[in-house]
Design a protein around this ligand. Structure first.
Ligand SMILES: NC(=O)c1ccc[n+]([C@@H]2O[C@H](COP(=O)([O-])OP(=O)(O)OC[C@H]3O[C@@H](n4cnc5c(N)ncnc54)[C@H](O)[C@@H]3O)[C@@H](O)[C@H]2O)c1
Ligand SMILES: [Zn+2]
Length: 351
């Protein structure tokens, strides 16, 4: 990832976990590491990671948070700060995040703020984290008022991706990440979309997982490089998310995972795109087939007024105009600016 003064590598290879110590030593200055993980991931992978870090000469302190989104909160952030200081972390030392997007966002925010910023390394262990959240340097915690409302941009010194970690994911968490993989195909590449369609399911994807993860990281890298502060092209990554947020919120972030909500949101975006004369109607069937292969939902029902209420309060909707991400075809994402009123009228009509 080529960013002025903050460039870094994303390394992707099966089995990389056991080499993480040497890979960390190449980019870190200090000898002390605070390893942050969660209660599911630590028992599976922390021992291997700690052994590798120690073999490379690091002294490692481990901090484990309870698994789950609830840990991405100010209380856990404060706990991380205190424990890191108690370990004697200095400005030259580093944080290593071993886990999914929750651990990455939380530990990354701690790293961004502790001592006004220390180095950090991401070792993402979910598919979503490997293809999405570990690239771009966005870190955050959730507030009572909403998700990701306190955060920062803090690029890691390195991202170390070992796709072998994905073997222990439940099918549901794996599919959750697949929604983002499919999203990249939808907005950036018909070839990649077709490849994912041909994989036909989890097993097929795992047979070429290194290249799948690399392709996704590369798409996100390009957008991040062009637009680190999330204003222009990066908005394409919101494909399916505008409506996905409506579903997540309507069901209080409980019934559906993020990826499941995004999956239904992508179908809705194709339908709205078709109604606007942007998306050819036949693309919907192709997307439905792929979503079905990963047991992702294609529709989520919401009450009247839900679209309107949520979209009007979304911080991404500048003024009365909305940047609706549509597809001119599968593989061709575009940003279509339209009045919010017009979009919500369309949505309520087809609810
Ligand atoms: N920073 C960004 O740019 C960005 C982008 C997208 C999402 N996010 C954030 O990411 C978070 C979601 O990330 P997630 O989906 O990875 O959730 P998560 O971190 O909660 O992981 C999902 C579940 O899988 C478990 N797990 C993780 N790795 C495992 C493994 N290898 N084997 C077995 N179980 C494992 C976790 O303990 C958890 O129970 C959200 O908070 C979201 O806001 C951030
Ligand atoms: Zn997403």
């Amino acid at each position: 990832v080529d960013l002025p003064g903050r460039g870094y590598d994303i390394l992707i290879e099966r089995g990389l976990l056991s080499q993480c110590g040497a890979l960390a030593a190449e980019v870190l200055r200090g000898k002390k590491i605070a390893l942050v993980s969660d209660s599911n991931v630590a028992p599976l992978y922390a021992e291997k990671v700690i052994a590798s870090l120690q073999a490379a000469g690091f002294s490692v302190g481990e901090i484990i948070v309870p698994a789950g989104e609830a840990s991405k909160c100010p209380a856990q952030l404060a706990r991380l700060w205190e424990e890191m200081m108690a370990m004697g972390l200095t400005r030259r030392d580093a944080v290593v995040a071993l886990g999914g997007g929750v651990v990455g966002d939380l530990a990354g925010f701690a790293a961004a703020t502790l001592l006004r910023g220390v180095d950090w390394i991401q070792i993402p262990t979910t598919l979503l984290a490997q293809v999405d959240s570990s690239v771009g340097g966005k870190v955050a915690v959730d507030l009572e008022a909403g998700k990701n409302l306190a955060g920062a941009f803090h690029q890691p010194r390195r991202v170390i991706i070992d796709p072998d970690c994905l073997a222990t994911l439940t099918d549901r968490v794996f599919s959750d990440g697949m929604a983002e993989v499919i999203k990249y195909g939808c907005i950036f590449s018909a070839d990649f979309f077709n490849l994912i369609a041909r994989c036909g399911g989890r097993e097929g994807v795992m047979q070429q997982i290194e290249s799948v993860v690399e392709t996704c990281c590369d798409f996100k890298r390009q957008v991040v490089e062009e637009d680190e502060q999330d204003t222009g092209r990066r908005m394409l990554l919101n494909f399916g998310h505008t409506f996905g947020h409506v579903y997540e919120k309507a069901y209080h972030y409980e019934t559906y995972t993020h990826g499941e909500a995004v999956a239904a949101g992508m179908i809705k975006a194709l339908q709205v795109g078709a109604a606007l004369g942007i998306t050819p109607a036949e693309e919907e069937t192709k997307l439905r087939d792929v979503l079905a292969a990963y047991a992702l939902p294609q529709q989520i029902a919401v009450d009247a007024g839900e679209y309107k209420n949520t979209l009007a309060h979304d911080k991404k909707n500048a003024g009365a105009e909305i940047h609706f991400v549509a597809l001119s075809s599968l593989g061709g994402g575009i940003i279509h600016r339209m009045p919010l009123e017009e979009l919500t009228a369309l949505l309520e009509e087809r609810r």
